[in-house]
Design a protein around this ligand. Structure first.
Ligand code: NAP
Length: 265
């Protein structure tokens, strides 16, 4: 991505590690001022420091994006400090419980929907409010979904359901806000080497190191490119979707999966 994002302001929710951190780094490299949101302060501050050390502009706002008042504070602090909001990446999520549909508890359902779906809606609610009232009006939002949300995934129904919900939220908002010059797209991520994926695999095989390695190898073998992606490879798509190069792209679900779902689409 060669386009300059100098002077632009971006919130990356879930930007302290993984795909979010990779996106935050690319935005900063393009010249944008990055606001990193996550719950964990240590990793959030480390991400801020890493970006600043390589010459970028960033600050961390400790936020649980499943809580309305904390999201309001995040957007409020961003605008108070930097004057506006140009882009937002709603990327925070947790891996869910690995179990069958009928074996989830009601508490699992509520917790997972709050963490992985309500959080994205809450972020959009306050980001859209800001983007439509600022001058000049407008902005671009990217919500992180998953290939699990294109169909469903055995033993991961609540995660998959949340990710499918994100696609519908994205497409609805894209239609509602296009006239306000706000574009809303989704990243549909395949397998990327992050803590979230490692944690999910580890829970599947009860933390057995040998089986974790075998599961990763087996998964990589199913991907036409023969490997699991690097977070930067997902982040490149996120930054492009926000950029002017994507000025006519809205309501899109951009699949970045090394060809994993090519057979089904
Ligand atoms: N990795 C994959 O293979 C894969 C595949 C498909 C989709 N995705 C999606 O890609 C996105 C990024 O995943 P990742 O793999 O990069 O995960 P990751 O490395 O675990 O990073 C998740 C980020 O979200 C933050 N977060 C989680 N819950 C939060 C909350 N309630 N409020 C604020 N921040 C929160 C985490 O920080 P704290 O824990 O400190 O809050 C962290 O910064 C997620 O939406 C995930 O579902 C990933």
């Amino acid at each position: 991505m060669n386009e300059s994002m100098q002077g632009k302001v971006v919130i990356v929710a879930g930007g302290s590690v993984g795909i979010g951190l990779a996106a935050a780094e690319l935005f900063a490299k393009a010249g944008a001022h990055v606001v990193i949101a996550a719950r964990g302060a240590e990793r959030g501050r480390a991400a801020e420091k890493k970006i600043k050390k390589s010459g970028g502009q960033a600050f961390f706002v400790q936020t649980d994006v499943s809580k309305a008042e904390q999201v309001q504070n995040l957007v409020g602090r961003t605008v108070e400090t930097l004057g506006r909001l140009d882009y937002a990446v709603n990327n925070a999520a947790v891996g869910g419980r690995i179990t069958r549909v009928g074996d989830h508890s009601e508490a699992d359902f509520d917790a997972e929907v709050a963490a992985n779906l309500k959080s994205v809606w809450l972020c959009m609610k306050y980001e859209l409010e800001q983007m439509e009232k600022q001058h000049p009006v407008g902005g671009a939002i990217v919500n992180t979904s998953s290939v699990n949300g294109l169909g469903g995934a055995a033993m991961a129904a609540l995660y998959s359901m949340s990710k499918a919900g994100i696609l519908a939220l994205t497409k609805s908002a894209a239609q509602e806000y296009a006239a306000k010059k706000i574009r809303v797209n989704a990243l549909v991520a395949g397998g990327f080497d992050t803590e979230l994926l490692r944690g999910a695999v580890s829970r599947m095989v009860d933390g057995d190191e040998e089986r974790i390695r075998k599961t990763f190898d087996g998964f990589a073998a199913q991907v036409p490119t023969g490997r699991i992606g690097e977070p930067r490879e997902a982040a490149e798509a996120v930054v492009w979707l926000c950029s002017n190069a994507a000025s006519y792209v809205t309501g899109h679900s951009m699949i970045v999966d090394g060809g994993l779902t090519a057979w089904a689409r």
